[in-house]
Write a protein that binds this ligand. Sequence first.
Ligand code: SF4
Length: 488
Amino acid sequence: MTENRELFAEESERDAFHDECGVFGVYGHPEAANLVYLGLYALQHRGQESAGIVSSNGKAFIEHRGMGLVADIFNADVIGRLEGTSAIGHNRYSTQGSTSLKNCQPVVVEYAHGGLALAHNGNLVNFHELREQLERSGSIFQSSSDSEIILHLIATSKAPTMADRVADALSQVRGAYSLVMLTERELMAVRDPFGFRPLVLGNLNGSPIVASETCALDLVRAEYVREIEPGELLVINEDGIRSLRPFPIAPAKRCIFEYVYFARPDSLLYGRNVYQVRKMQGKALARECPADADIVVPVPDSGNAAALGYAEESGLPFEMALVRSHYIGRTFIEPRQAIRHFGVKIKFNPVVELLVGKRVVLIEDSLVRGTTLSKVIPMLKQAGAREVHVRIAAPPHTHSCFYGIDTPTREELVASHQSVEEIRQSIYADSLGYLSWEGLYSFVDGKREGFCDACFTGNYPVAIPQAPANSQLHLFEANDDRSAAAPR
Ligand code: SF4
């Protein structure tokens, strides 16, 4: 090894929650695979490690998967080979060091009733229990993926129809799943009874489309029909769309953090535009935590809409005084001579001309470990900012997510063990303020029903296994290939 060091997973990348996949499906369109490819492009923010498409020509599946970004994996020849009028696709996010082609989705199996392809966004919390049961009854697993569990449960179900087998299988799993499935002749989409992860239905000239977010419908010019409801199973075939409710009714628990951070601002999520919700939260933040300052600056990009709201409400000018590079990879070579804040500078650079002598309100969507801000704030001050007042557009993050989001361990979540004042000192801010519950839910007049906010409260709607002291990935450490068991 040379003196240069290769740094894996830049610090600021680890100082964040990460989404765990996007799904997309098309039924009955002559360019099904091409549409899925575009849909995955629009959903790239939900997963950048790998992507895959499986199409059906009515008799057999054609599949292609690869590591990396959608643009790198597919080309015109590949898309041309993915023939058929129905197709599904998947984007996967993975934690550091867990890259493997065998973990790419959609997963495809052949069983007694034919072929079945599945793309999963979510995480099953009773993974170990189910796997043990299945292994005891003779199932052999190719991976340690929780998606494979669903396939085994479907394959071993004695129910008469495909929809019944899916319902039977899913009645045994607990946790988060937004699934898109394809047989040779049918497309199915299903959302867990709590509806943790999003899933929507669209229509393109009569061809039904399902997607994690509406931004994917927009790209293919499909019309948004509606949200697929928590606990709803859609069966789409030549007879049309059938909506089934095979699970006991549960109180909906849609992920509130999709609004704060994960979803694209141009998406319509749970019936509301994400950008507008973030802006309202920023306005609430300005009312709750005003600052004696000169300019409002977002930590781009996810802080942008909240910062605009804060600026509008406070009357302070909005300035993009911190610029983010969108073109960094997950590794880079560090120079021989140490450069101050090198890691964070790869991602963010201040605009000196906007900062000199200014008192800055810095808006961030959430504060996870605090390591990024502890570098960004000294960088802003070095660039000339007189004061930096940090405002977080969410309440303090105190718990990990077990429903399909890759989160740091609870110990790593700084708000789980430090006071606001201690955090302020550790990130070198002049003041620090968080959005209240009322502010977070200001877009629904403060009503919290219908949402999961367990990562802020620890009130988990679906009981999680014991010893959640580590991240959800730790749940699956019994398996050799940790990545394969990582939530999707
Ligand atoms: Fe979303 Fe947090 Fe609930 Fe996970 S725990 S589903 S990130 S609100």
